[in-house]
Write a protein that binds this ligand. Sequence first.
Ligand code: ME8
Length: 508
Amino acid sequence: MKKFYITTPIYYINAAPHIGHAYTTVAADVLARYHRHRGTPVYLLTGTDEHGLKIEQAAKEHGVSPKEYADEISEKFRHLWKHLDVHYDDFVRTTEPRHEKKVQEVFAKLQQSGDIYKGHYKGFYCLSDETFWTETEAPADEKNIRRCPNADCRRPLQLVEEESYFFRLSSFQKRLLDHYQANPAFLSPEHRGKEILAFVREGLKDISISRAKVKWGVPVPGDAEQTVYVWFDALLNYVSAAAASPHASFEELWPADVHIVGKEIYRFHAVIWPAMLMALGLPLPKTVFAHGWWTVEGQKMSKSKGNFLDPYDITREFGIDAFRFFLLREMPFGNDGDFSLDSLRRRYNADLANDLGNLLNRVVDMVDRYLGGVLPKRFNPEKDFLPAKVAQRTAAYDECMQRLDFSGALGLVWGVISELNQYVNAQAPWKAAKTDMEKVKIILFDLVSSLRIVAGWIDPFMPHTAARIQSQLGVRQFPEALTAEQVLAGAQTSSGRIQKGPALFPRK
Ligand code: ME8
């Protein structure tokens, strides 16, 4: 059976992971959890990109071999994903034999089909981005220095002049444009897709896909002088890992359902990668989604500024779930945004401690005080059944999740939380408790059931919190929370023992 196959970029191992890497990987995990809990078999692939000049040099600076360096940093990524509760199905490293073999196989195949040919390369190379640029793309400035055209980089480029193999990208222009048109979901979100369309319409040039002087790479088959260009190598991870997966067959995985990437590597994924797949005769992924970039306190994250935020420091202070929540709530997936500890603290206190935490506390307290901690069954559930009204929002929530609008989904959930807070105030069960205990039972039953649904919605984002809420509300299904649908299916009859627990989010 075909699995819902989600990928993240494979990250460079020239430095330890930071919040940018955490962002993409947590988003992929949220999407995976969402689909998994609804019964879809899911497969999440992540990994590390370990070849190329940049890594070769980083290893040298640290006085170790590239392989030793790769082993150490790659492990840091795996460690962070475990810490952040990311459940991936496979972790691919481009230095693994299963991957290197695939790269050579593909290279040879495309040489045979004429999609790869040998030529002479002259152009400019950005080491930091591992990207080739032409003279016109990177004009010399008044000091005769050519800088990387990527506005976030702007580093001086190196002149590269050497024999090289080329991939015949130019011949795929029409097929790519036809594919974009026939498959509107392929380029997402729409505004980033427009940039790709404009770029491809301008015409495509063949691209250099090998390096003569880089030693740390996959050798070009039959040519001892050359190694495969790190991007041609890296993109193939999505099929090399699927073709040699320990848990699934290639047919169960390919084509990928969603490649999630940052906007700065969208061209590689939305132009070069589909052209490579076309050349190989493989079906294309359903969606290539480019999310935006985080700045930190208004500044680009960079080594020189030393402003990489360490995810461990953040989770130590705010907890893992709050970090996951903030990443996906604060900026719409697809847009850029700013990460600051102040805005994290603000959201933590407002959204998590006040809106959600207090609501749960109040409801559980009242069940304790007025009903001795035991929720009786709701009689007459046809009339003004609040949980059913709440559950009507599931369709809109699903719609957001399916188009990776995570902040939209969370915005909707917090809209419901705010309505529930207003409902408590308007119904004032503490007043009714003096005269009408039947009314109190109904109000509290409806609030408890509604909160169980809310917990189902927030589960992909904050799995621990969802489980803690549902266990306080007497419905936890180990080890995962109930979905909104499951809660509603049993809502009328489910009574249960309500157990007060410690505050979900103590104020900071
Ligand atoms: O590009 N904001 O690896 P990389 C949001 N190896 N996301 C960010 C970010 C930020 N400030 N900084 C990094 C590579 N990211 C290649 C990929 S794939 C075949 C090869 C995230 O280590 C975002 O997902 O530079 C971005 O695309 C990725 O990290 C780049 O990671």
